[in-house]
Design a protein around this ligand. Structure first.
Ligand code: ADP
Ligand code: MG
Ligand code: MG
Length: 199
């Protein structure tokens, strides 16, 4: 079980800042179609805070980079802010040295999933970020699973949310109207995993 390349935490964080600032409007549109429409604004605000945290903390370790991401989300509203904040806090904790190994990252993702489910009470099939994260954890913690396998499982999970009606979050208030619309939190979680694989 080898450590990820030096600089993984920094590359992952910087790629998330760039990608989510660029994609916030598209993801916000999904929340407008089946939710309350604030997801794009919540993401923009979270990553604005992440950039501020980075400027203030000048992180040099994996844990310090991921702590900036966690803190950016924890300072943000919506349901997704605290959930992503706690998720990234578990990821910040998963490595004792500098960059995590693939196994440590798998443990961090599993701990993140457990925290999201403890607070949000969503199961797979409820049309939330859990639909992308749970299959990614399964892929990465099964023997020989790579980060790319996890990203592909997350992408498939996110795409499956189009076919179902939301059972958690604000999209659950609109019933049938959420069918046909991807869950923005699941799409965002799949992006997080894809950017990790790229990094
Ligand atoms: P809000 O619904 O409070 O406006 P956001 O728009 O910021 O929050 O985030 C919406 C996303 O949060 C959804 O797309 C979904 O993936 C995720 N989400 C909502 N409720 C839950 C929950 N109980 N458990 C896990 N994820 C959730
Ligand atoms: Mg919303
Ligand atoms: Mg809201």
């Amino acid at each position: 079980d080898t450590a990820l390349d030096p600089g993984f935490g920094e590359r992952w964080t910087r790629a998330m800042i760039t990608a989510f600032v660029a994609e916030a409007d598209r993801l916000g549109e999904l929340d407008r179609l089946a939710g309350d429409g604030d997801f794009g604004r919540n993401l923009t605000s979270a990553f604005g805070r992440v950039s501020q945290e980075v400027a203030a903390a000048d992180p040099t370790t994996y844990a310090a980079w991921l702590t900036c991401v966690s803190r950016g989300f924890l300072g943000t509203g919506g349901t997704s802010g605290p959930l992503f904040g706690m998720f990234f806090r578990e990821l910040a904790r998963c490595a004792d040295g500098d960059e995590p190994t693939v196994a440590e990252l798998g443990q961090g993702l599993a701990a993140g999933l457990a925290t999201v489910q403890r607070y949000g009470k969503a199961e797979v099939g409820h049309k939330t970020m859990v639909d992308a994260l749970a299959p990614a954890v399964d892929a990465l913690t099964s023997s020989g699973g790579s980060l790319r396998d996890a990203a592909e499982a997350a992408d498939e999970g996110a795409r499956s949310t189009a076919e179902i009606i939301a059972r958690r979050g604000r999209a659950s208030y609109v019933g049938e109207a959420s069918r046909g619309v991807l869950d923005p939190g699941a799409v965002a979680m799949a992006m997080v995993l894809a950017l990790a694989a790229d990094a």
